[in-house]
Design a protein around this ligand. Structure first.
Ligand code: AHR
Length: 859
């Protein structure tokens, strides 16, 4: 029997959900086909960032295996802790020189290696360039063992990539190169030790001896599993020993390829069924300067002879996942290869150095060589090299991209040179023209003679995709297609939550709707080792032993698994809510960013009644400082210190539909006033930012995860910058779904909540199924009438695949990797007009069997 209280609660919940339901109609006309959707629409983009390859996809378990990682990148010098590229003119700013420099991140000369020895041991380490193993990798580790500890613990230890994953009873190939001084007696033991020091596997060499480099190998088979294991090399004698290229590789890799890929991570990619793989970057292709930029030739051949490439993200790639391995991986995944080459220009946000136009021929020749390696006949120079490396058949190289994020007429000029040279020899290839970050750049495009595909990069804030659903509709069509080479909703969405996923899904729907224009896309970045994040949001996260796909990963997979071949005319009508729920319920706050500001006379008024009025002198305790030093000064609350994201919150209040009035005065610093509203907590709220972008603009922002800030609207220029020392009157009218901001009585900005319910439909041209995709990116369920015209015979059931979460903030994690994944159900009662409900925060795919289409096809 329900108690009175629970019955009352149930009634209240019912009443609440009844008025928070919304109604929508999706009308699909199966007799009105639209553009086709390319089977190439979804691919992947791999870049060496956040240790996505090195310590990620690439199977090697030893970090800094060749002792090369403390090397400076070519063409740079180290001054007072800063890595400084040699001063040369910048491609975009010439004749000026970029003053970009990078704080050198290393504190050790041998990252990931350390000594572990008992008290009596005296062991000295030193990197040396004497007698290198080969010219390409000059360093080796010299170990001088002057005395040993009797415990036997006289070890050089590698921590792997923040731990090594050891699996019980699996085989690991251990190898290293060594040479010794005459007094070293030859004994050496290698062991895999658990995080707590238990020996999981070990092998002893009795004769590691000789003045010349020699390779030593063994197989280690752990007796137990551990995700935080380490590799120890224990010395059995005093004397001197030199070590190089210490490798530990699981025999079980993806498709069991030697020098292959980590299984679980490669499987995520295989499950996406990508049409193509773009490689090796991104900014990685460009390099911090032209001398250190990526080059495919250096990534071939024996792994110990590869010099590696310095990733712009601040660490070395050993290039074990080199050009050949990449092409092989494409083949293994059934994907086409999209190879990006450096167009003789380094990254414009870094040194921006370049090879002059009149010296470009070697770069042209080099890319032709790369293509020949991939698809040339075995009789050609580089085709022969490919065959010698074990792959006589051509690889599936179909696309080549001319640089990354280069743009402007100067780039276009050299693009034309590459285009002509490549097309002359390989007319079957599709060439990608790079564009700067952002939309297709018309100036760049107009300076190019031929464009097959233009590569647009789209990193967007929360709700951008919803506010700009017509982004691709607006593009003027030309004789070229669009490749969205990098996209992600990555601001205001924590580390990649459900809000990101619904926006990414809407963005993909925008691409599908414009299938005549957008032929390819790839999310970016693909991977993040959670121990070293270089970009705010990344699709697949992992540590040494665990991994998970962000919800966006499953959204992409779902949409690719259920990609229609052709769009059908679809219209969506969302009824105005009968009893709209306030969208901005929550507390209020005061904030600053690199600015010293005072706030006073804060008042919240609703329906003519004052709900709150500040009195900082008598009731300062009503405000809680979350970040920064907030002090009462006269009758104001002041934040007098420079610093990012300073925040104070009014405790214990929650408001909806109200007017917030206050006075604000800028005392010093860069920006001006920030007033949080709809505050859930310090980590999550919206805010009015007056004087954003160095006191030039105003905007409404969304804050999530405390520090992730997203513009909710385009920034609007202030009539005049906020003056120092002058009190301003600010009024913020917080409505049901609209916020209006006034400064000294003049309206500054107005923000309206976007539509959050989207749908498209198309036909699977193999099965005839009608595929309906629906995104409900709100916290309200949508009762939806689906109206199917032009379908005369249909199955009474349909399959419904739903990816759903309880809130915008929901995320998968290492501990709960599959908390939010697509779930399939069967929907009954399907007929030309039927009703179903799309749950809050959901991405759905509905597959309806159209028997009438099959009949037509069979006629
Ligand atoms: O994906 C991260 C970076 O974003 C890429 O390296 C670059 O192409 C883009 O600016």
């Amino acid at each position: 029997m329900p108690t009175k209280l629970t019955a009352l609660l149930a009634c209240a919940l019912l009443a609440q959900s009844a008025h928070s339901q919304r109604q929508a109609t999706i009308s699909i006309d199966a007799t009105k086909p639209g553009s086709t959707i390319a089977s190439t629409l979804h691919g992947i983009f791999f870049e060496e960032i956040s240790h996505g390859g090195e310590g990620g996809l690439y199977g090697e378990l030893i970090q800094n295996r060749g002792f090369e990682e403390s090397r400076l990148p070519p063409g740079t010098e180290l001054k007072a802790g800063w890595l400084i590229p040699l001063q040369k003119p910048h491609f975009m700013m010439q004749p000026r020189v970029s003053d970009w420099r990078m704080e050198w991140p290393l504190t050790s000369q041998w990252p990931a290696w350390s000594l572990e020895a008992g008290a009596a041991a005296n062991i000295q380490l030193q990197l040396t360039k004497e007698h290198p193993l080969n010219d390409a990798t000059p360093n080796s580790m010299q170990v001088d063992i002057r005395s040993l500890d009797a415990s036997g613990n006289n070890s050089l230890v590698n921590e792997g990539f923040w731990g090594i994953k050891a699996n019980k009873d699996e085989n690991y190939d251990l190898s290293f190169y060594a040479r010794t001084g005459n007094t070293y007696n030859g004994k050496l033991t290698v062991s895999l030790r658990s995080g707590s020091g238990v020996i999981l596997a070990q092998h002893s060499f009795s004769t590691v001896k000789g003045n010349a480099w020699k390779k030593y190998t063994c197989v280690l088979k752990p007796a137990a599993s551990d995700g935080k294991a380490r590799l120890a090399i224990s010395f059995g004698s005093t004397g001197t020993i030199w070590l190089d290229f210490v490798s530990l590789f699981p025999q079980q890799t993806f498709k069991n390829r030697p020098n292959g890929m980590r299984r679980d991570l490669a499987q995520y990619l295989a499950n996406l069924k990508p049409a193509f793989i773009r490689w090796p970057g991104g900014c990685f292709v460009e390099g911090i300067n032209i001398e250190s930029a990526a080059n495919w030739k250096r990534t071939l051949g024996p792994v110990e002879k590869r010099p590696g490439t310095y990733s712009v993200w601040g660490y070395w790639s050993s290039d074990g996942f080199g050009y050949h391995e990449y092409l092989q991986f494409c083949e293994d995944l059934g994907a086409d290869a999209l190879y990006v080459f450096n167009a003789g220009v380094s990254c414009e946000y870094r040194s921006g150095t370049f090879i002059p136009d009149d010296s470009l021929q070697p770069v042209v020749d080099d890319v032709l060589d790369a293509i020949e390696y991939a698809i040339g006949p075995v009789t050609s120079k580089y085709g022969k090299w490919r065959a010698a490396n074990g792959h006589p058949k051509p690889f599936p190289l179909k696309y080549v991209e001319v640089g990354n994020e280069q743009h402007g007429p100067r780039y276009a000029k050299r693009y034309n040179v590459f285009y002509d040279a490549i097309k002359k020899k390989y007319p079957q290839l599709t060439l990608m023209a790079s564009m700067g970050i952002g939309d297709i750049n018309k100036r760049t495009l107009d300076s190019m003679r031929h464009v097959d595909m233009a590569d647009e990069h789209a990193y967007k804030s929360a709700y951008w995709a919803m506010n700009n659903y017509d982004h691709f509709d607006k593009y003027k069509r030309g004789d070229w297609d669009v490749y969205v080479g990098e996209y992600a909703t990555n601001a205001g969405v924590g580390s990649g939550n459900m809000l990101a996923a619904v926006n990414d899904a809407v963005y993909i729907m925008g691409m599908e709707r414009n299938g005549d224009l957008v032929k390819m896309s790839s999310y970016a970045p693909l991977f993040e080792n959670v121990n070293t994040r270089h970009w705010p949001v990344n699709l697949i996260n992992f540590d040494a032993s665990r991994s998970f796909g962000r919800i966006s990963y499953y959204a992409i997979k779902m949409f690719n698994d259920h990609r229609a071949g052709q769009n059908l005319q679809t219209t969506v009508h969302v009824a105005a809510p009968t009893k709209p729920a306030p969208q901005f319920t929550g507390g209020i706050g005061l904030a600053t960013w690199d600015t010293q500001t005072e706030y006073r006379d804060i008042e919240v008024v609703k329906d003519g009644k004052t709900l709150y009025k500040s009195d900082f002198i008598n009731r300062p305790q009503e405000w809680q400082s979350v970040r920064g030093i907030w002090v009462v000064k006269d009758s104001a609350l002041a934040q007098p210190v420079q610093g990012a994201q300073r925040l104070s919150l009014l405790k214990g209040y929650s408001f909806d539909t109200y007017t917030l009035k206050l006075k604000a005065r800028k005392i010093g610093g860069t920006n001006a006033f920030i007033i949080p509203f709809a505050v859930k907590d310090g980590a999550s709220h919206m805010r009015v930012h007056i004087g954003s972008y160095v006191n030039l603009n105003s905007v409404i922002e969304l804050v999530s995860d405390s520090f992730s800030v997203a513009n909710m609207m385009p920034q609007k220029k202030l009539p005049a910058p906020i003056q120092m020392g002058r009190w301003y009157d600010i009024t913020i009218e917080v409505g049901i779904d609209q916020v209006d901001v006034y400064l000294d009585g003049q309206q500054l900005i107005s923000y309206h909540e976007p539509n959050k319910f989207f749908s498209i439909a198309g036909r699977d041209l193999q099965t005839g199924d009608i595929i309906v995709k629906v995104v409900n990116g709100s916290e309200t369920p949508y009762t939806t009438t689906i109206n199917l015209a032009g379908v005369t015979a249909m199955a009474s059931t349909a399959s419904l695949i739903t990816l759903q979460a309880e809130s915008a903030e929901a995320e998968n994690s290492l501990d709960q990797p599959q908390k939010y994944i697509p779930v399939s159900t069967i929907l009954t009662g399907i007929q030309p007009i039927f009703e179903t409900t799309f749950r809050p925060w959901s991405i759905s795919v509905l597959r309806i069997k159209d028997a009438s289409w099959k009949k037509q096809a069979m006629q």
